[in-house]
Design a protein around this ligand. Structure first.
Ligand SMILES: Nc1ncnc2c1ncn2[C@@H]1O[C@H](COP(=O)(O)OP(=O)(O)O)[C@@H](O)[C@H]1O
Ligand SMILES: [Mg+2]
Length: 361
């Protein structure tokens, strides 16, 4: 052990301005950022989650509201601290979080003002805002008691308990845009449609089981299942457990185009398109992390596009699988790679058969 008392010491506190820019550059897409906010709602026991936005040009806001447990004032301040939980700490088996950063980094990746309003059962609403312009001005990590729009207080009061996360000054998306610019509005709506499709995919198990409901601009969101389990021509492979049953893998070969209606075929393609959606689908606690990736084992090719394989992980394997902050990357441990490759090989062979011979084999 080093005897630290013998050394001179000096504080070297992270400089706010540059830390902010680092946080902002982690590389979240907007859909991954919104999904990370929803993870928190699910971890907080929410049954209903509402994603809303209002187009106002550069004053456009996006909010995620949930009816979870909510937070006290102190909880909220703690939640807004970057690094509020140690990544190495054990998590509840249903907890979708990891680094204690998501709320902040996901939000800052998109906006300069992050407000959170929250209420515990029988409690009063509490709120705080991170305003990056203010932090930059003062160089201090100070929250401000500011809400860009008072109506969020009424909204939270209509719930027994819950939380609303609001993004304002969404510079990555709507900087300098005018409210009456229809072209920009179209683009914005296109991006939000993309967000919606992504959420339908990432949370499809929760949505299908009815564990949670997500409403998107007041319309219920329907889960998108990559494996078409209800199509009669879908071929499921036997489940295979690895890692003492902690990791469970199951492959699917989707039906040939001729075995589905045109509508179903188009719908089954998924957010990224048929070719891109082939490969492994990694679920962590039923939440989809990675959708369609051969994990460096194979290349994506047209004739394998009907192969999709789910891998199910518990959150206790996060560090072994190198789950990243954005929850968009996972890497299987070396010891498992050969097994996964072999399993995928069998599924891929069958996928090619179906692709070439319409599955008549
Ligand atoms: N919607 C919410 N409802 C209740 N608590 C929340 C909510 N969002 C965040 N929190 C609290 O803030 C903490 C930090 O969230 P976050 O920065 O996303 O990190 P992580 O999810 O990895 O813990 C969470 O662990 C939780 O305690
Ligand atoms: Mg989180």
């Amino acid at each position: 052990m080093i005897d630290y008392s013998q050394f001179e010491k000096t504080p070297a506190i992270p400089e706010a301005g540059s830390m902010i820019e680092t946080f902002r550059a982690i590389g979240y897409s907007i859909e991954a950022a919104v999904a990370d906010i929803i993870d928190n709602s699910i971890s907080a026991g929410a049954k209903n989650i509402f994603v809303n936005f209002e187009w106002l040009g550069n004053d456009t806001w996006i909010s995620v509201k949930d009816d979870g447990t909510g937070m006290t004032d102190l909880d909220l301040i703690q939640a807004l601290r970057p690094g509020s939980k140690n990544p190495l700490a054990d998590r509840g088996s249903k907890d979708l979080g990891r680094f204690g950063l998501g709320l902040k980094t996901a939000s800052f990746s998109q906006c300069r003002k992050l407000s959170v309003v929250s209420k515990k059962k029988n409690g009063e609403p509490v709120y705080w805002t991170w305003d990056l312009d203010f932090v930059n001005q003062t160089g201090n990590w100070d929250l401000i008691k500011y809400l860009p729009n008072e109506h969020f207080i009424q909204e939270i009061n209509s719930l027994k308990s819950g939380t609303i996360v609001v993004w304002n000054d969404i510079d990555r998306l709507v900087k300098d845009l005018q409210k009456n610019d229809d072209n920009s509005l179209d683009k914005f709506l296109g991006i939000m449609q993309h967000v919606k499709n992504h959420l339908a995919m990432v949370f499809h198990r929760f949505l299908e089981s009815g564990k949670i409901k997500i409403s998107f601009q007041d319309r219920p969101l329907k889960g998108w299942n990559p494996f078409l389990p209800n199509e009669p021509a879908t071929q499921g492979f036997p489940e295979e457990p690895f890692n003492n049953g902690m990791v469970v893998v199951k492959g699917y070969v989707l039906p040939h185009k001729s075995k589905m209606t045109n509508d179903k075929f188009r719908e089954s393609e998924g957010p990224k398109g048929w070719n891109e959606q082939q490969g492994f689908y990694i679920y962590r606690n039923d939440r989809l992390l990675l959708a369609g990736d051969w994990l460096g084992m194979y290349r994506k090719e047209e004739h394998y596009k009907l192969a999709r394989i789910e891998i199910n992980l518990p959150n206790s394997l996060d560090s072994e699988w190198q789950i990243d902050i954005k929850k968009s990357i996972a890497r299987p441990p070396l010891a498992l790679r050969d097994h996964l490759r072999a399993y995928a090989g069998k599924v891929r062979l069958q996928a090619v058969e179906v692709y070439r011979h319409k599955g008549k084999m």
